[in-house]
Design a protein around this ligand. Structure first.
Ligand SMILES: Nc1ncnc2c1ncn2[C@@H]1O[C@H](COP(=O)(O)OP(=O)(O)OP(=O)(O)O)[C@@H](O)[C@H]1O
Ligand SMILES: [Mg+2]
Length: 122
């Protein structure tokens, strides 16, 4: 299992959500974050040149997936989040040691993918 963390432009977030849905990704967490991607703005001060770190608004996706889902998930994000300009964001793929579904106590593969519980309609 892996945790895919993607930082994308807020204006691409809806496209990313749509692409993830099309890739059959269901369980995810989205947050508004601020970040810095390495671009620096030089600011002159009376003591010399300093560098200003400007924070930019970004959207962070966290998606826990089985290993065979990593490639299609990453592909969906790459294709939907890219504009080609600097600041398009990043994707990190992290190893996941254990997943628990709290409702059932299921773990790992059984817990990572949202199921379609048959009892739900009862
Ligand atoms: N190494 C990093 N660690 C954590 N977050 C990062 C890292 N690099 C970028 N980010 C996050 O991704 C956002 C967008 O980064 P950005 O796309 O500018 O990366 P970049 O490496 O500068 O690529 P580009 O050259 O396309 O701008 C940042 O605002 C920050 O939130
Ligand atoms: Mg950058």
């Amino acid at each position: 299992m892996k945790l895919i963390v993607a930082i994308v432009r807020p204006e691409r977030a809806n496209e990313v959500l749509e692409a993830l849905f099309m890739a059959e990704v269901r369980g995810l967490t989205v947050s508004r974050v601020q970040g810095h991607g390495g671009e620096t703005e030089r600011v002159e001060t009376y003591r010399g040149t300093t560098v200003k770190m400007e924070l930019q608004d970004k959207v962070r996706f966290e998606i826990g997936v089985s290993d065979h889902f990593v490639e299609p998930t990453v592909r969906a994000i790459l294709d939907s989040a890219r504009t080609g300009d600097v600041g398009d964001g990043k994707i990190f793929v992290l190893p996941v040691e254990r997943v628990y579904r709290i409702r059932t106590g299921e773990t790992d593969q059984m817990a990572v993918t949202p199921g379609w519980p048959e009892e739900e309609s009862r």
